[in-house]
Design a protein around this ligand. Structure first.
Ligand code: GTP
Ligand code: MG
Length: 335
């Protein structure tokens, strides 16, 4: 079934560029919204530094990686020198401080898989999660942001794919479908694979940025201003890329044997990763290698039921892009 048929692109695909760009524009947060996010960040930073002068607050996730749609929550990471056992204490103290400053719905979730404090700012209406020492997430946020600066088509494609995934209910990790982070990695990898390539592989280039976190060396080329022309040999506009993205995941990807890897800018085999069988809860039914935690498969949440849902959604999207008279509406219809 996998290689059943990769479709030829419809010849009038270009008429869809304008409507896709209009959807992209409508999803981008306004300057006003970004100013509100910054205002809340500054407030929290002030409160935190007062209590822990040596601590640092970082933005990660969609507000920091430039793939955030309008009305996103803010993900923050408090970097502080504390043993893992004492994280709960810090989170409880943090919750106290935030509550005293009139932030609303403050909750310390100390037993969650990733322990956090949640809050809502009544002034800006923005919700926010704060975790502790999730430094790898801060670094992968920078990697994604740097990729986005190289070619505008990455952000366009990723916004459209995320919007599709949210509309179709396949952006729910607790139901076995993929995280936003996984979808953005799929978009980056896809653009690295186009011929000519739209994106380079930053981790294969001479590194200009390097940090070691949890014994993992995170190094890549981050002078992306120098790469602004990288994708100019590829003239494919957004509609063609959306079409090709869904066609690839519907009919082109070898789910049985392949692992997509942004780190190497190539396809790896499941065999070389030893991801061929189920170990514990990791089933490896769709394999997306984390760029830094390379033993980490972002497809690990996908089970034998949700893989079916996911693949049917990719096929639905590919069919719509191929045959539907009005794909820009049909693609995003609520499921
Ligand atoms: P939306 O909130 O849906 O717009 O997207 P988001 O970009 O905030 O994505 P998501 O909630 O999936 O993840 C937030 C951030 O957490 C990501 O940008 C990553 O930095 C980090 N993250 C999420 N999942 C993983 C994971 O499995 N491993 C690692 N290392 N980091 C992750
Ligand atoms: Mg988020």
């Amino acid at each position: 079934r996998i290689f059943r048929r990769q479709m030829q692109c419809r010849f009038d695909i270009d008429r869809l560029n304008a409507p896709f760009l209009a959807i992209y524009d409508s999803l981008i947060p306004t300057e006003e919204e970004k100013a509100k996010q910054n205002q809340l960040f500054t407030l929290l930073e002030t409160l935190i530094t007062k209590e822990w002068p040596e601590a640092q607050l970082y933005v990660y996730g969609s507000c920091g990686n430039s793939f955030g749609v309008s009305k996103s929550d803010i993900d923050l990471c408090l970097a502080i020198d504390v043993a893992d056992d004492n994280k709960s204490e810090i989170l409880l103290r943090l919750a106290d401080i935030l509550q005293s400053d009139n932030l609303q719905n403050v909750q310390a979730l100390t037993r969650a898989r990733v322990p956090i404090v949640k809050l809502m700012d009544p002034v800006t209406g923005i919700s926010c999660d704060i975790c502790i020492n999730n430094v790898l997430a801060v670094i992968n946020t920078k990697l994604l942001r740097d990729y986005a600066k190289i070619d505008a088509r990455l952000r366009q494609l990723a916004f459209i794919v995320k919007h599709w995934a949210k509309s179709r209910g396949v952006n729910e990790t607790y139901q076995g479908t993929l995280s936003s982070y996984a979808y953005v990695l799929m978009c980056i990898h896809f653009l690295q694979q186009r011929r000519p390539a739209v994106l380079p592989c930053l981790q294969e280039m001479q590194s200009t940025y390097s940090v070691t976190v949890e014994n993992i060396e995170c190094a890549f080329f981050d002078q992306v201003d120098k790469l602004r022309d990288f994708g100019s040999h590829n003239r494919e506009p957004i509609a063609k890329l959306v079409w090709a993205f869904f066609n690839y995941w519907a009919y082109g990807h070898d789910y049985a044997n392949s692992v997509i890897s942004v780190r190497t800018g190539s396809m790896l085999s499941k065999r070389e990763k030893d991801w061929t069988r189920r170990i514990g809860n990791d089933r490896h039914l769709i394999c997306i290698e984390d760029p830094f935690e390379i033993s980490h498969d972002l497809g690990r949440v996908v089970d034998k039921y949700s893989i079916k849902v996911l693949r049917e959604e990719f096929e639905r999207a590919a069919e719509i892009m191929q045959y539907d008279a009005n794909p820009c509406v049909k693609l995003f219809e609520p499921y």
